[in-house]
Design a protein around this ligand. Structure first.
Ligand code: C5P
Length: 396
């Protein structure tokens, strides 16, 4: 429910992607937003007002001369309570009309009369998108502070390939959530690690752990929503990077160390969430170990570098945050780790509370004391941790 209490005007204009606006509306509502739909006349040729009325639970407005608003001021009254106006799909014609400030239908008039931000998700044929007139209009909109989402490239409804596909509804929603989030880390460069590492024994086997990467990925997403520029160095996990986050995929602790050190000097904040293997295999076999050939294999281990401690020891390095997953003596072990690695903040959790799961419970330890964060989805804990990091770094 990341959009709970938010009010969105969804403007639908005439293009085949209008059918995806129905799904977009469903997702906005599912995330908790109140949605008022307004359509151009063209849009009603692709999807009916009835569809959007049923999905939004509100009457849909499409006619400038609609008599349903008692004072005849639909173009003003409808948008006054809104947090933003989102036009999806935004046709080439609609972008052109907004770029030059026209008010020739209800939706364009609402946009011109708005006192809230405007986001547009263009959708059109690739030649229309590449046309110098559209390029000019989009540049003008961006210069006017309009947020342009996409478009994507790929196969188009007309059968051609190129730029002009509307972003998928999930991608648009993610941008809306990011747009509305408080910018607590605005402009900060955040470097993070997440997931497990995998230490090879032979070409097919290795040593790893049960870290899912969920906490780190949730934190990368929350930091990005808070306005940070996020680089995520990730061990092998089963999902893709959060939208808008730069991801560097690695496998072993040594690769993770190298990738982190390549980015550490430029970072303002470093958060080590990864469950990095403490040891790697010294005698990695070049070929698959065969059973019964030379008896039980002996695996020799050597210590991996401690990435977090290395970053924390950098002169003028980033503000460092560590994680500690323990199976007992949480406070004692976490505090000892914080001192040993010389980091200002550590987030500790019991393995039985969070490892690999959807929810977790964290206890934050810093110079000011102990701050427990109650059992919650990892996305909620991630936002709370971002708030705490913003508070501590804001004091520096
Ligand atoms: O020492 P321990 O592994 O328990 O410490 C956990 C914290 O240290 C985590 O933040 C983890 O990402 C980081 N760490 C690291 N490099 C290692 C081991 C742990 O960055 N080799």
């Amino acid at each position: 429910m990341e959009l709970k209490g938010r009010s969105v005007i969804l403007g639908v204009t005439g293009g085949i992607a209008a059918y995806k606006a129905a799904q977009l509306l469903r997702l906005l509502r599912k995330r908790g937003a109140e949605v008022q739909v307004a359509m151009t006349e063209g849009a009603t040729h692709f999807v009916t007002t009835t569809t959007f009325q049923a999905l939004s639970g509100k009457p849909v407005f499409s006619d400038q001369w609609d008599a349903r608003m008692p004072n005849g001021m639909a173009h003003i009254d409808l948008s006054r309570q809104a947090d933003l106006i989102l036009i999806a799909p935004a046709s080439a014609d609609f972008l052109a009309r907004v770029a030059c400030g026209m008010a020739d239908d209800l939706l364009a008039t609402m946009v011109l009369a708005r006192d809230c931000p405007l986001l547009v998700a263009p959708a059109m044929n690739r030649q229309m998108w590449e046309n110098p007139a559209t390029r000019r209009n989009v540049a003008q909109l961006a210069a006017d502070g309009v947020r342009v989402l996409g478009p994507a490239s790929g196969e188009q409804a007309c059968g051609e390939f190129g730029a002009g596909r509307m972003w998928e509804p999930e991608e648009i929603i993610e941008e809306v959530i990011a747009f509305l989030a408080p910018k607590l880390l605005d402009g900060k460069r955040v470097l993070m690690t997440a997931g497990p590492t995998f230490e090879a024994i032979d070409p097919v086997r290795g040593i790893t752990n049960l870290s899912s990467g969920r906490m780190g990925y949730a934190l990368a997403r929350a930091a990005r929503h808070a306005g940070a520029q996020v680089t995520l160095v990730s061990g092998p996990v089963g999902f893709s990077a959060p939208q808008g986050v730069d991801c560097v995929n690695v496998v072993s602790a040594l690769e993770m160390h190298e990738a982190v050190m390549a980015h550490a000097a430029a970072a303002d904040i470093f958060i080590g969430v990864a469950a990095v293997a403490d040891y790697r295999v010294a005698n990695v076999a070049a070929h698959k170990l065969k059973k019964d050939v030379s008896g039980v294999p002996v695996i020799e281990l050597v210590e991996n570098p401690d990435i977090l401690a290395t970053v924390a020891a950098l002169k003028d390095g980033p503000f460092c945050v560590g994680f500690a997953a323990e199976s007992s003596n949480l406070e004692e072990y976490a505090q000892a780790k914080r001192r040993r690695k010389k980091i200002p903040l550590i987030a500790a959790n019991l393995i039985q509370d969070g490892l690999g799961g959807e929810n977790n419970r964290l206890i934050l330890f810093d110079d000011e004391g102990v701050h427990p964060l109650m059992l919650a989805p990892k996305s909620v804990l991630a936002s709370q941790l971002v708030e705490h990091i913003a508070y501590l770094t804001g004091k520096m």
